[in-house]
Design a protein around this ligand. Structure first.
Ligand code: LMR
Length: 397
């Protein structure tokens, strides 16, 4: 019956993380998957989220189905987080948000929406982008192409080439943009560059799709939403998929959202209706528990303040690891400019290592980074950072 079903090659990120789990070496170092580990190499249970969970559980009653679009308190809290509670676009009723199964779920529902209403359009993703973007979009039947992004020579951004490519894109192409903490490179647009990009998007009538999975890891919660707010201020229509996996350390709860900013409230009603229809066709409605933790943290002033401080602490610890990596590597490899470890932001850095050098890191030293050269800096800690830097120096020498 199933003889024609071909084997699955596996996912480059999840498979490597699984391989790490099976590696018997006790001194192995996991810098593969995008998860924040604390200085004791543990996934933290944030005290704000723990306190929210105790309250939510104490108050918990029956578990009816949520509506297709998710819980109202979660959706409102997400909108306030993304745009600021007083944003004119919210007051005009032209923003719709649904609770999704992680931001991956938001990307998928958004991709299906695009395919249905812009069936012949192309989605342009950065070169490179998160390994799963192409799979999600192609899975929805969209044609995926790339725009220039990462500059391997400098470890920075090819901003002029990016602008030039987008200024020639077909009308109504969708442009996937990482709102902050670009995955996999850690290379972000500055605020001024976002402002320069906006008129190009407007002129070509392109549809931005912002992926905001690392809010708070680049700068403050509000600063990391700069692109979202800039686009909303400008009046253009766009999509945003956002996640609480990393910012609230809630990976397994799959808490995310898809937001679409529409031209007016009338169109917003129809757009929301079609998102609901898509959810109903796929998984009917989202799960309840995780979203209630998120909503409680975001709306309880005391928990909100705790959480914001916890995000700062995670961000600062990553920054410290970047600095230590830079210090050891620049001392060991004086001829090599490794300052990109300091300028790249968020969980990831593109190390510039070749696939073969990444293989050597894994096999000889037990240091797991993706074969693309992507390293999850958030997996470094005060006990493994020096060993990681030494291993990298050895394979780079
Ligand atoms: C990553 O990029 O490693 C994370 O976003 C986890 C994932 O699902 O790929």
């Amino acid at each position: 019956m199933f003889h024609h079903v071909e084997p699955y090659a596996g996912d480059p990120i999840l498979s490597l993380n699984e391989a790490f789990g099976k590696d018997p070496r006790t001194d192995k170092i996991n810098l593969s998957i995008g998860i924040y580990f604390d200085d004791d190499a543990k996934i933290p249970m944030l005290p704000s989220v723990r306190a929210a969970e105790l309250k939510v559980v104490a108050e918990a009653g029956a578990r009816p189905y949520l509506p297709m679009e998710g819980a109202a308190n979660f959706r409102t809290a997400v909108q306030h987080l993304l745009f600021g509670a007083e944003h004119a676009a919210l007051k005009a009723g032209r923003v719709v948000t649904i609770q999704t199964v992680g931001s991956s779920g938001g990307l998928k529902v958004g991709a299906d929406f695009i395919k249905r209403y812009f069936p012949n359009t192309t989605i342009l993703v950065s070169d490179p982008t998160w390994d799963n973007h192409r799979a999600v979009f192609e899975g929805s039947g969209l044609t995926v192409q790339t725009y220039p992004y990462y500059d391997a020579a400098t470890g920075g951004l090819r901003f002029d080439a990016m602008l030039q490519a987008l200024s020639k894109a077909e009308k109504h192409s969708v442009v996937l943009l990482h709102a902050c903490c670009h995955n996999p490179t850690g290379v972000d647009l500055t605020d001024a560059q976002w402002q320069q990009l906006l008129p190009v998007l407007q002129e070509r009538e392109l549809i931005p799709f912002l992926d905001l999975a690392y809010q708070g890891y680049g700068a403050s919660i509000a600063e990391d939403a700069f692109a979202v707010r800039l686009f909303a201020d400008s009046g253009i229509s766009f999509l945003v998929a956002n996640s609480f996996s990393k910012s609230m350390s809630l990976y397994g709860e799959r808490c995310g959202a898809l937001t679409i900013v529409c031209p007016d409230a009338g169109q917003a009603v129809n757009v929301l209706g079609q998102l609901k229809a898509n959810v109903r066709r796929n998984y009917s409605n989202p799960p309840m528990h995780g979203g209630q933790l998120v909503a409680r943290v975001l709306t309880d002033p005391e928990l909100r303040a705790m959480w914001e401080a916890e995000v700062v602490a995670m961000r600062d610890r990553i920054q410290l690891m970047r600095k230590k990596l830079f210090d050891v590597l620049s001392a060991k490899l004086p001829g090599r400019d490794v300052s990109y470890f300091l300028t790249q932001r968020g969980m990831f850095s593109y190390t510039g290592l070749s696939p073969e050098q990444c293989d050597r890191l894994k096999e000889e030293f037990g240091v797991y980074i993706l074969r693309s050269g992507r390293m999850c800096v958030a997996g470094l800690n005060s006990r493994n950072v020096e060993a990681t830097a030494n291993a990298m120096a050895a394979v780079l020498a």
